[in-house]
Ligand binder design. Structure first.
Ligand code: NAD
Length: 375
Protein backbone atom coordinates (compact mmCIF):
# COMPACT_ATOMS: atom_id res chain seq x y z
CA UNK A 1 0.00 0.00 0.00
CA UNK A 2 1.03 3.63 -0.51
CA UNK A 3 0.61 5.20 2.90
CA UNK A 4 0.80 8.90 3.77
CA UNK A 5 1.69 9.60 7.40
CA UNK A 6 1.18 13.20 8.47
CA UNK A 7 3.36 14.00 11.47
CA UNK A 8 5.39 10.97 10.38
CA UNK A 9 8.67 12.40 11.66
CA UNK A 10 7.35 12.44 15.24
CA UNK A 11 7.47 9.78 17.93
CA UNK A 12 4.63 7.50 16.86
CA UNK A 13 5.12 8.34 13.17
CA UNK A 14 8.77 7.29 13.07
CA UNK A 15 8.07 3.92 14.73
CA UNK A 16 5.08 3.37 12.47
CA UNK A 17 7.08 4.26 9.35
CA UNK A 18 9.76 1.71 10.26
CA UNK A 19 7.14 -0.96 10.83
CA UNK A 20 5.26 -0.26 7.59
CA UNK A 21 8.45 -0.12 5.50
CA UNK A 22 9.52 -3.47 6.96
CA UNK A 23 6.13 -4.91 6.02
CA UNK A 24 6.69 -3.86 2.39
CA UNK A 25 4.51 -0.73 2.23
CA UNK A 26 5.61 2.50 0.65
CA UNK A 27 5.49 5.54 2.93
CA UNK A 28 5.26 9.30 2.40
CA UNK A 29 5.82 11.53 5.42
CA UNK A 30 4.42 15.03 5.71
CA UNK A 31 5.93 16.92 8.64
CA UNK A 32 6.95 20.50 9.47
CA UNK A 33 9.54 19.43 12.09
CA UNK A 34 7.96 21.55 14.79
CA UNK A 35 10.90 23.04 16.77
CA UNK A 36 9.17 22.36 20.11
CA UNK A 37 9.36 18.63 19.31
CA UNK A 38 12.47 18.36 17.15
CA UNK A 39 14.64 21.27 18.41
CA UNK A 40 17.06 21.97 15.53
CA UNK A 41 16.79 18.53 13.96
CA UNK A 42 14.98 18.79 10.65
CA UNK A 43 15.67 15.36 9.19
CA UNK A 44 14.08 11.94 9.42
CA UNK A 45 15.62 9.22 11.60
CA UNK A 46 18.69 7.84 9.79
CA UNK A 47 17.21 4.37 9.21
CA UNK A 48 14.05 5.89 7.68
CA UNK A 49 15.60 8.70 5.59
CA UNK A 50 15.96 7.63 1.98
CA UNK A 51 13.35 4.88 2.37
CA UNK A 52 10.31 7.11 2.81
CA UNK A 53 9.32 10.07 0.64
CA UNK A 54 9.47 13.28 2.67
CA UNK A 55 7.28 16.34 2.12
CA UNK A 56 8.35 19.08 4.50
CA UNK A 57 5.64 21.59 5.36
CA UNK A 58 2.51 22.43 7.26
CA UNK A 59 -0.62 20.25 7.22
CA UNK A 60 -2.74 23.38 7.04
CA UNK A 61 -1.07 24.41 3.76
CA UNK A 62 -3.21 23.05 0.92
CA UNK A 63 -0.37 23.00 -1.64
CA UNK A 64 1.81 20.97 0.73
CA UNK A 65 -1.01 18.56 1.55
CA UNK A 66 -1.88 18.14 -2.13
CA UNK A 67 1.69 17.18 -2.96
CA UNK A 68 1.85 14.74 -0.02
CA UNK A 69 -1.44 13.12 -1.07
CA UNK A 70 -0.16 12.14 -4.53
CA UNK A 71 -0.85 8.43 -5.07
CA UNK A 72 -1.87 7.81 -1.42
CA UNK A 73 -4.10 4.78 -0.78
CA UNK A 74 -4.13 5.16 2.99
CA UNK A 75 -3.67 8.17 5.26
CA UNK A 76 -2.53 7.96 8.85
CA UNK A 77 -3.16 11.43 10.23
CA UNK A 78 -0.85 12.00 13.21
CA UNK A 79 0.28 15.61 12.76
CA UNK A 80 -0.82 17.61 15.78
CA UNK A 81 0.16 20.01 18.51
CA UNK A 82 0.03 17.79 21.58
CA UNK A 83 0.42 19.75 24.85
CA UNK A 84 -2.73 19.64 26.97
CA UNK A 85 -1.74 22.56 29.22
CA UNK A 86 -0.21 24.63 26.43
CA UNK A 87 -3.39 24.33 24.37
CA UNK A 88 -5.17 26.44 27.00
CA UNK A 89 -3.23 29.57 26.00
CA UNK A 90 -1.78 28.85 22.51
CA UNK A 91 -5.35 28.38 21.36
CA UNK A 92 -5.19 29.45 17.72
CA UNK A 93 -1.96 27.54 17.19
CA UNK A 94 -3.71 24.34 18.29
CA UNK A 95 -6.75 25.21 16.25
CA UNK A 96 -4.67 25.74 13.11
CA UNK A 97 -2.74 22.48 13.13
CA UNK A 98 -5.27 20.14 14.68
CA UNK A 99 -8.46 21.47 13.11
CA UNK A 100 -7.57 23.52 10.01
CA UNK A 101 -5.00 20.84 9.07
CA UNK A 102 -7.73 18.20 9.09
CA UNK A 103 -10.16 20.45 7.22
CA UNK A 104 -7.60 21.01 4.45
CA UNK A 105 -7.23 17.25 4.05
CA UNK A 106 -10.97 16.81 3.44
CA UNK A 107 -11.20 19.93 1.28
CA UNK A 108 -8.79 18.16 -1.03
CA UNK A 109 -10.31 14.67 -0.79
CA UNK A 110 -13.81 16.02 -1.47
CA UNK A 111 -12.56 17.84 -4.57
CA UNK A 112 -10.31 15.05 -5.90
CA UNK A 113 -12.75 12.60 -7.49
CA UNK A 114 -9.94 10.38 -8.83
CA UNK A 115 -8.16 9.95 -5.51
CA UNK A 116 -7.22 6.44 -4.48
CA UNK A 117 -7.60 6.83 -0.73
CA UNK A 118 -9.35 3.78 0.68
CA UNK A 119 -8.58 4.17 4.40
CA UNK A 120 -8.00 6.99 6.88
CA UNK A 121 -6.69 6.45 10.39
CA UNK A 122 -6.59 9.42 12.75
CA UNK A 123 -4.76 9.70 16.06
CA UNK A 124 -7.46 10.59 18.52
CA UNK A 125 -6.88 10.67 22.26
CA UNK A 126 -8.21 9.56 25.61
CA UNK A 127 -8.37 13.28 26.44
CA UNK A 128 -11.70 13.51 24.59
CA UNK A 129 -13.39 11.68 27.48
CA UNK A 130 -12.38 14.17 30.15
CA UNK A 131 -12.53 12.33 33.46
CA UNK A 132 -13.91 9.18 31.81
CA UNK A 133 -15.85 6.34 33.44
CA UNK A 134 -16.36 5.78 37.17
CA UNK A 135 -18.29 3.19 39.12
CA UNK A 136 -20.67 4.26 41.87
CA UNK A 137 -22.16 1.60 44.19
CA UNK A 138 -25.51 3.44 44.06
CA UNK A 139 -25.67 4.54 40.42
CA UNK A 140 -23.50 2.10 38.46
CA UNK A 141 -21.34 3.44 35.61
CA UNK A 142 -21.19 7.25 35.75
CA UNK A 143 -19.22 9.98 33.98
CA UNK A 144 -18.16 12.84 36.26
CA UNK A 145 -17.65 16.28 34.75
CA UNK A 146 -14.37 18.20 35.10
CA UNK A 147 -13.29 18.63 38.70
CA UNK A 148 -13.87 22.03 40.32
CA UNK A 149 -10.78 24.13 41.16
CA UNK A 150 -12.16 24.84 44.65
CA UNK A 151 -12.37 21.16 45.50
CA UNK A 152 -8.88 20.48 44.23
CA UNK A 153 -7.64 23.51 46.18
CA UNK A 154 -8.92 21.91 49.38
CA UNK A 155 -7.20 18.62 48.58
CA UNK A 156 -10.27 16.79 47.26
CA UNK A 157 -8.90 15.40 44.04
CA UNK A 158 -11.18 12.46 43.33
CA UNK A 159 -14.30 13.19 41.28
CA UNK A 160 -17.61 12.51 43.00
CA UNK A 161 -20.58 10.67 41.52
CA UNK A 162 -22.45 13.19 39.31
CA UNK A 163 -25.78 11.56 40.29
CA UNK A 164 -25.68 11.07 44.08
CA UNK A 165 -22.61 13.16 44.97
CA UNK A 166 -21.08 10.19 46.79
CA UNK A 167 -17.74 8.47 46.30
CA UNK A 168 -17.05 6.60 43.08
CA UNK A 169 -14.12 4.65 41.68
CA UNK A 170 -12.35 5.04 38.34
CA UNK A 171 -13.34 2.33 35.84
CA UNK A 172 -12.13 1.39 32.34
CA UNK A 173 -13.68 3.86 29.89
CA UNK A 174 -15.53 2.39 26.89
CA UNK A 175 -15.85 4.16 23.53
CA UNK A 176 -19.54 4.75 24.25
CA UNK A 177 -18.63 7.17 27.08
CA UNK A 178 -19.78 10.77 26.63
CA UNK A 179 -17.17 13.06 25.14
CA UNK A 180 -16.49 15.88 27.59
CA UNK A 181 -12.89 17.06 27.10
CA UNK A 182 -11.45 19.33 29.76
CA UNK A 183 -8.75 20.97 27.61
CA UNK A 184 -8.67 22.70 24.24
CA UNK A 185 -6.29 19.99 23.04
CA UNK A 186 -8.93 17.40 23.94
CA UNK A 187 -11.59 19.42 22.15
CA UNK A 188 -9.47 19.61 18.98
CA UNK A 189 -8.94 15.85 19.13
CA UNK A 190 -12.68 15.29 19.49
CA UNK A 191 -13.49 17.50 16.48
CA UNK A 192 -10.62 15.99 14.50
CA UNK A 193 -11.96 12.50 15.16
CA UNK A 194 -15.54 13.47 14.34
CA UNK A 195 -14.41 15.19 11.13
CA UNK A 196 -12.59 12.07 9.97
CA UNK A 197 -15.47 9.73 10.82
CA UNK A 198 -18.11 12.01 9.31
CA UNK A 199 -16.26 12.45 6.01
CA UNK A 200 -15.47 8.74 6.09
CA UNK A 201 -19.23 8.07 5.95
CA UNK A 202 -19.94 10.74 3.34
CA UNK A 203 -17.01 9.97 1.03
CA UNK A 204 -17.30 6.20 1.65
CA UNK A 205 -13.75 5.87 2.98
CA UNK A 206 -13.51 3.33 5.82
CA UNK A 207 -11.97 5.29 8.70
CA UNK A 208 -10.69 4.56 12.18
CA UNK A 209 -10.08 6.96 15.07
CA UNK A 210 -7.62 5.46 17.52
CA UNK A 211 -8.10 6.89 20.98
CA UNK A 212 -4.57 6.47 22.31
CA UNK A 213 -3.93 6.58 26.03
CA UNK A 214 -0.49 7.87 27.18
CA UNK A 215 1.99 6.55 24.64
CA UNK A 216 5.63 6.18 25.71
CA UNK A 217 8.87 4.54 24.65
CA UNK A 218 12.25 5.09 23.02
CA UNK A 219 12.18 7.88 20.46
CA UNK A 220 9.67 10.13 22.21
CA UNK A 221 10.67 13.78 22.32
CA UNK A 222 12.91 14.52 25.31
CA UNK A 223 12.91 18.24 24.66
CA UNK A 224 9.23 19.05 24.56
CA UNK A 225 8.60 20.43 28.07
CA UNK A 226 4.86 20.71 27.41
CA UNK A 227 4.08 17.03 27.16
CA UNK A 228 5.41 13.57 28.07
CA UNK A 229 5.63 13.02 31.82
CA UNK A 230 8.19 10.21 31.47
CA UNK A 231 10.55 12.41 29.46
CA UNK A 232 10.13 15.30 31.91
CA UNK A 233 10.71 13.18 35.03
CA UNK A 234 13.67 11.35 33.49
CA UNK A 235 15.38 14.62 32.52
CA UNK A 236 15.00 15.82 36.14
CA UNK A 237 16.04 12.51 37.75
CA UNK A 238 19.20 12.28 35.68
CA UNK A 239 20.53 15.58 37.03
CA UNK A 240 19.24 15.03 40.56
CA UNK A 241 16.76 17.93 40.39
CA UNK A 242 13.60 17.90 42.50
CA UNK A 243 10.68 16.13 40.85
CA UNK A 244 7.41 17.87 41.60
CA UNK A 245 4.42 15.56 41.57
CA UNK A 246 1.07 17.30 41.20
CA UNK A 247 -2.06 16.66 43.29
CA UNK A 248 -1.47 13.90 45.87
CA UNK A 249 0.48 11.72 43.45
CA UNK A 250 -2.32 9.15 43.28
CA UNK A 251 -3.60 10.39 39.92
CA UNK A 252 -2.99 7.61 37.43
CA UNK A 253 -2.53 6.98 33.74
CA UNK A 254 -2.76 4.09 31.31
CA UNK A 255 0.76 4.09 29.81
CA UNK A 256 0.83 2.18 26.56
CA UNK A 257 4.13 1.14 25.02
CA UNK A 258 4.99 2.35 21.52
CA UNK A 259 5.31 -1.15 20.07
CA UNK A 260 1.72 -1.97 21.03
CA UNK A 261 0.53 1.35 19.59
CA UNK A 262 2.34 0.73 16.31
CA UNK A 263 0.80 -2.73 15.97
CA UNK A 264 -2.69 -1.34 16.56
CA UNK A 265 -2.15 1.55 14.16
CA UNK A 266 -0.71 -0.67 11.42
CA UNK A 267 -3.66 -3.04 11.85
CA UNK A 268 -6.14 -0.17 11.54
CA UNK A 269 -4.35 1.05 8.40
CA UNK A 270 -3.90 -2.23 6.58
CA UNK A 271 -6.43 -4.85 7.80
CA UNK A 272 -9.59 -5.26 5.76
CA UNK A 273 -12.31 -3.24 7.46
CA UNK A 274 -15.58 -1.60 6.53
CA UNK A 275 -17.32 1.40 8.03
CA UNK A 276 -16.08 4.01 10.48
CA UNK A 277 -14.99 3.28 14.04
CA UNK A 278 -13.61 4.78 17.23
CA UNK A 279 -11.27 2.44 19.09
CA UNK A 280 -9.47 2.76 22.42
CA UNK A 281 -5.80 1.83 22.51
CA UNK A 282 -4.31 1.30 25.96
CA UNK A 283 -2.29 -1.10 28.10
CA UNK A 284 -4.85 -2.65 30.48
CA UNK A 285 -2.75 -1.35 33.37
CA UNK A 286 -2.94 1.77 35.51
CA UNK A 287 0.06 3.40 37.18
CA UNK A 288 0.00 6.33 39.58
CA UNK A 289 2.14 9.36 38.80
CA UNK A 290 3.93 8.99 42.14
CA UNK A 291 4.81 5.40 41.23
CA UNK A 292 6.18 6.63 37.88
CA UNK A 293 8.33 9.26 39.63
CA UNK A 294 9.64 6.67 42.10
CA UNK A 295 10.50 4.12 39.45
CA UNK A 296 12.31 6.69 37.30
CA UNK A 297 14.20 8.11 40.27
CA UNK A 298 15.23 4.63 41.41
CA UNK A 299 16.52 3.80 37.94
CA UNK A 300 18.89 6.77 38.05
CA UNK A 301 20.14 6.05 41.57
CA UNK A 302 17.53 7.90 43.63
CA UNK A 303 19.28 11.29 43.54
CA UNK A 304 16.18 13.46 43.17
CA UNK A 305 13.86 14.55 45.94
CA UNK A 306 10.22 13.75 45.15
CA UNK A 307 7.85 16.51 46.25
CA UNK A 308 4.14 15.80 46.24
CA UNK A 309 3.01 19.40 45.97
CA UNK A 310 -0.78 19.36 46.06
CA UNK A 311 -0.61 21.80 43.12
CA UNK A 312 -2.77 21.00 40.13
CA UNK A 313 -3.16 21.95 36.50
CA UNK A 314 -6.48 23.03 35.10
CA UNK A 315 -7.55 20.61 32.41
CA UNK A 316 -5.73 17.60 33.87
CA UNK A 317 -7.81 14.53 34.50
CA UNK A 318 -7.57 12.38 37.62
CA UNK A 319 -7.36 8.87 36.14
CA UNK A 320 -7.19 7.28 32.72
CA UNK A 321 -7.79 3.64 31.82
CA UNK A 322 -9.14 2.30 28.53
CA UNK A 323 -11.69 -0.45 28.04
CA UNK A 324 -10.10 -2.52 25.24
CA UNK A 325 -13.05 -4.75 24.29
CA UNK A 326 -13.62 -2.99 20.97
CA UNK A 327 -9.88 -2.95 20.08
CA UNK A 328 -9.75 -6.69 20.65
CA UNK A 329 -12.85 -7.34 18.58
CA UNK A 330 -12.04 -5.05 15.65
CA UNK A 331 -8.24 -5.09 15.45
CA UNK A 332 -7.42 -8.25 17.45
CA UNK A 333 -5.45 -5.88 19.65
CA UNK A 334 -3.79 -7.29 22.77
CA UNK A 335 -1.23 -5.10 24.57
CA UNK A 336 1.97 -7.08 25.19
CA UNK A 337 4.04 -4.68 27.25
CA UNK A 338 3.91 -4.24 31.04
CA UNK A 339 4.77 -0.77 32.30
CA UNK A 340 7.88 -1.80 34.27
CA UNK A 341 9.47 -3.44 31.21
CA UNK A 342 8.54 -0.64 28.81
CA UNK A 343 9.77 2.00 31.24
CA UNK A 344 13.16 0.28 31.49
CA UNK A 345 13.47 0.27 27.69
CA UNK A 346 12.58 3.95 27.58
CA UNK A 347 15.03 4.91 30.34
CA UNK A 348 17.91 2.92 28.84
CA UNK A 349 17.30 4.72 25.57
CA UNK A 350 16.98 8.17 27.22
CA UNK A 351 20.27 7.54 29.01
CA UNK A 352 22.12 7.50 25.69
CA UNK A 353 21.69 11.23 25.11
CA UNK A 354 22.38 14.28 27.27
CA UNK A 355 19.53 15.25 29.61
CA UNK A 356 17.55 18.26 28.46
CA UNK A 357 17.52 20.76 31.28
CA UNK A 358 15.89 23.78 29.67
CA UNK A 359 12.26 24.60 29.13
CA UNK A 360 10.51 22.76 31.95
CA UNK A 361 10.60 25.57 34.56
CA UNK A 362 9.55 27.99 31.84
CA UNK A 363 6.55 25.81 30.91
CA UNK A 364 5.45 25.75 34.58
CA UNK A 365 5.85 29.54 34.82
CA UNK A 366 3.70 30.03 31.74
CA UNK A 367 0.95 27.90 33.29
CA UNK A 368 1.23 29.70 36.64
CA UNK A 369 1.09 33.18 35.12
CA UNK A 370 -2.11 32.26 33.31
CA UNK A 371 -3.74 30.77 36.38
CA UNK A 372 -3.63 27.28 34.89
CA UNK A 373 -1.28 25.86 37.53
CA UNK A 374 -2.62 26.40 41.02
CA UNK A 375 -1.97 25.49 44.60
N1 NAD B 1 2.04 10.39 22.47
C1 NAD B 1 0.89 10.28 23.14
O1 NAD B 1 0.86 9.96 24.33
C2 NAD B 1 -0.42 10.50 22.44
C3 NAD B 1 -1.61 10.24 23.14
C4 NAD B 1 -2.84 10.47 22.50
C5 NAD B 1 -2.85 10.94 21.19
N2 NAD B 1 -1.66 11.21 20.56
C6 NAD B 1 -1.73 11.74 19.19
O2 NAD B 1 -0.87 10.98 18.36
C7 NAD B 1 -0.32 11.82 17.34
C8 NAD B 1 1.19 11.67 17.31
O3 NAD B 1 1.72 12.00 18.57
P1 NAD B 1 3.27 11.88 18.89
O4 NAD B 1 3.38 11.47 20.31
O5 NAD B 1 3.97 11.11 17.85
O6 NAD B 1 3.69 13.42 18.83
P2 NAD B 1 4.98 14.10 18.22
O7 NAD B 1 4.95 15.52 18.67
O8 NAD B 1 6.18 13.30 18.48
O9 NAD B 1 4.68 14.04 16.65
C9 NAD B 1 3.83 14.94 16.01
C10 NAD B 1 4.49 15.33 14.70
O10 NAD B 1 3.63 16.25 14.02
C11 NAD B 1 4.43 17.25 13.48
N3 NAD B 1 3.61 18.46 13.31
C12 NAD B 1 3.12 19.27 14.29
N4 NAD B 1 2.44 20.28 13.75
C13 NAD B 1 2.48 20.10 12.41
C14 NAD B 1 1.98 20.83 11.32
N5 NAD B 1 1.28 21.98 11.49
N6 NAD B 1 2.23 20.38 10.08
C15 NAD B 1 2.95 19.25 9.87
N7 NAD B 1 3.46 18.51 10.87
C16 NAD B 1 3.24 18.94 12.13
C17 NAD B 1 5.56 17.45 14.46
O11 NAD B 1 6.70 18.06 13.84
C18 NAD B 1 5.83 16.03 14.90
O12 NAD B 1 6.84 15.42 14.11
C19 NAD B 1 -0.81 13.22 17.65
O13 NAD B 1 -1.92 13.47 16.85
C20 NAD B 1 -1.23 13.16 19.10
O14 NAD B 1 -2.25 14.09 19.39
C21 NAD B 1 -0.46 10.99 21.14
Amino acid sequence: MKILITGGAGFIGTHLTRHLLQSGHSVTILDNFLPQVHAKNVGLASDVAGHARLVTGDVADAAVMRSALEGAECIVHLAAETGTGQSMYEVSRYERTNLAGTAVLYDLLAKMPGHKVERVVVASSRSIYGEGAYHCDEDGLVYPLSRESQEKQSGLFDPLCPVCGGECKSAPTPESAPLQPSSFYGLTKQVQEQTVLMFGQVLKIPSVALRYQNVYGPGQSLQNPYTGILAIFSNLARIGRTIQVFEDGMESRDFVYIEDVVKATAAAATQSLTGCHSVNIGSNERTSVLEVANQINDFYGGRSELKVTGAFREGDIRHGLADLTQAQALLKYQPRWRFAEGLRKFLEWANQSAPVTSGYEQSLMEMKERGLLRG
